[in-house]
Write a protein that binds this ligand. Structure first.
Ligand SMILES: Cc1cc2nc3c(=O)[nH]c(=O)nc-3n(C[C@H](O)[C@H](O)[C@H](O)COP(=O)(O)OP(=O)(O)OC[C@H]3O[C@@H](n4cnc5c(N)ncnc54)[C@H](O)[C@@H]3O)c2cc1C
Length: 290
């Protein structure tokens, strides 16, 4: 199918983009890489009257470290982030997860921020944002607000970004001390969205787990982090039994969907399999000699 007809505008400044968003509200859609929006328009799931193309806002194409924070702008492409030595150094969980995201042609155009705004429930980066405790910086003509990743994903393709908003930056805290990471995913083919995925961060001090993050996607209507299950790990020594117990708890605690790709029982089985694998690798990385 072809998209319904629409108007197109390419602002050259952030202020101009925000003014257009205020003026046109939910009649308009921001287009960044177009890798989710254009297919939706072709299927006529989305029929915006106006496309506001933000690709002219070159000042939003960056990723850099500022103090203890990794900052990623709205036009940073998947491909640049995936290949970035800086990201590998300060947020290796993201680098690892990027090996599961889409294909080269999609990654060359698609942006991290567009991906987060689209909020596909089986997408990798929302889970990475949750595990890392990211903050999302949203602007509109009225001002700026910061939203924790935990509050950003609000349901199926639903986020804290409203029609007159632009997600301008992602901020990821860089841990002060050594943290182990791991990302595990099962999908039908390489580069597909996840059937189930788990993203983990673990800190181990004096042989005990001192902080833990476990985030899942592909299992329910949004990426999700399980605080109660994470707490179970704190103060414990890493072990196969502990990780298997925690995985069983996670599989029981999550509301798990079923669809044409997998039954909910199969997804629970994946949770029970992938969680201990990810936790064991994260623990090993947390304790391995530097
Ligand atoms: C064949 C194929 C395979 C894919 N496989 C995967 C995969 O395995 N894993 C995965 O995670 N993704 C996958 N994707 C999706 C891909 O990651 C997209 O690039 C991403 O979801 C959207 O980013 P974009 O910049 O292209 O956003 P767009 O398509 O331009 O926009 C997506 C949505 O976000 C809004 N938006 C974009 N930027 C902003 C902003 N800064 N502020 C406010 N709203 C904004 C748009 O209005 C639109 O609603 C795949 C896509 C394709 C076509």
């Amino acid at each position: 199918m072809k998209p319904a007809s629409f108007e197109y505008v390419r602002p050259q400044t952030l202020e101009e983009a925000l003014t257009l968003l205020t003026r046109h509200g939910d009649e308009a859609k921001v287009i960044a890489g177009g890798q989710s929006l254009v297919p939706m328009m072709n299927f006529r799931v989305a029929q915006p009257a106006l496309l506001i193309d933000i690709n002219g806002l070159k000042e939003l194409d960056y990723h850099r470290v500022d103090g203890q924070t990794l900052r990623i702008g709205a036009l940073a492409r998947h491909a640049a982030l995936r290949e970035s030595p800086l990201i590998r150094q300060v947020c290796p969980l993201m680098s690892e997860a990027y090996h599961f995201v889409a294909h080269g042609t999609v990654r060359n155009r698609g942006t991290l921020c567009g991906n987060l705004c689209h909020a596909d429930p089986a997408s990798e980066m929302p889970a990475v944002m949750l595990a890392c405790g990211a903050t999302l910086v949203i602007r509109n003509a009225e001002g700026q607000r910061e939203v924790a990743a935990a509050d950003f994903f609000q349901g199926l393709y639903a986020t804290a970004v409203y029609p007159d908003d632009l997600l301008v930056e992602v901020r990821i805290p860089i841990p002060a001390s050594r943290v182990g990471y791991a990302f595990e995913e099962v999908s039908i083919r390489k580069g597909d969205f996840a059937m189930t995925l788990v993203a983990t961060l673990l800190e181990v001090r004096s042989g005990r787990i001192s902080s833990a993050a476990i985030a899942y996607a592909g299992v329910s209507d949004r990426a999700i982090r399980l605080d109660a299950v994470e707490k179970r790990l704190l103060g414990q020594a890493p072990s196969e039994k502990l990780f298997a117990d925690v995985a069983r708890e996670a599989a029981g605690a999550l509301e798990v969907n079923e669809d044409i790709h997998a039954s909910s029982e199969y997804r629970r089985d994946l949770i029970r399999t992938l969680t201990p694998r990810a936790l064991a690798q994260a623990a090993e990385r947390a304790t391995a000699a530097v």
